[in-house]
Design a protein around this ligand. Structure first.
Ligand code: AMP
Length: 227
């Protein structure tokens, strides 16, 4: 079974996805992370995607669906090799109607299913505040905030000792563009999943633990209610 986390950038999907994936035995599949890894490795996909990501625009749907399909194939291969893989927890995907339809077709072909779509909400000013103060470790992926959760030693990652940075798409212009794109392209998908009866909403403007407890409960309920 697979699960989708949806919500605007800065709502806390990434943070929650890491914990929820561990607690539920799911594999965290963040398309943003997959693109950033390709950029770091300077693969042909990465070279193409870099400019798009830096501007805060969306990577074309066929390329995004291709990267997701490859990741699902890798998970199936791990499963076949005996590794315990319950399914994927998608974070930042799907982001457009074409991606949502493409995912449905892909899962149908593979005989797999979506158990739940969790929507995270928070007021816009909270999102902007979180994104503009966000710092990330380009080495291990740890996330910080300059005011709410700074690294212990100024700009050095607590986890791996690398220098933390501000993402190129966390500038005010790119943040504005990404939030508008979410409103225009991604928010309408909520109805698509609501019509399928698998959409659940969580208030993301609370402490990490409270949000996390709600999510695990909702996913466990969904896993047992629509197998
Ligand atoms: P994120 O880490 O989810 O905020 O994604 C960072 C950037 O990666 C986005 O601003 C897009 O440029 C690109 N990206 C990530 N996921 C997708 C997707 N599903 N479709 C298109 N572009 C994406």
């Amino acid at each position: 079974m697979h699960v989708i986390f949806m919500g605007p950038q800065g709502v806390g999907k990434g943070t929650q996805a890491t914990t929820a994936a561990d607690r539920l035995g799911l594999t965290h599949v963040s398309t943003g992370d997959l693109f950033r890894a390709a950029i770091k490795a300077q693969t042909p996909l990465g070279v193409m995607a870099k400019e798009i990501l830096d501007k805060g625009e969306l990577v074309p749907d066929d390329i995004t669906l291709g990267i997701v399909e490859s990741r699902l194939e890798e998970l199936a291969a791990e499963h076949a090799a005996g590794k315990h893989v319950n399914g994927a927890l998608f974070d930042g995907f799907p982001r457009t109607p074409a991606q949502a339809r493409g995912l449905d077709e892909l899962l149908e072909r593979r005989g797999e299913r979506l158990a739940a779509v969790i929507e995270f909400t928070a007021p816009r000013e909270v999102l902007v505040e979180r994104l503009s103060g966000r710092r990330v470790c380009p080495n291990c992926g740890a996330t910080y905030h300059v005011d709410f959760s700074p690294p212990k030693d100024d700009s050095i990652c607590d986890r791996c000792g690398h220098q933390v940075i501000q993402r190129a798409d966390d500038t005010p212009e790119a943040i504005e563009r990404r939030l508008s794109l979410y409103d225009q392209q991604t928010a309408p998908l909520l109805n698509y999943f609501r019509d399928q009866g698998i959409l659940k909403t969580v208030d993301g403007n609370r402490g990490v633990e409270a949000v996390s407890a709600d999510i695990v409960k909702l996913i466990e309920e969904s896993a047992t209610s629509n197998i």
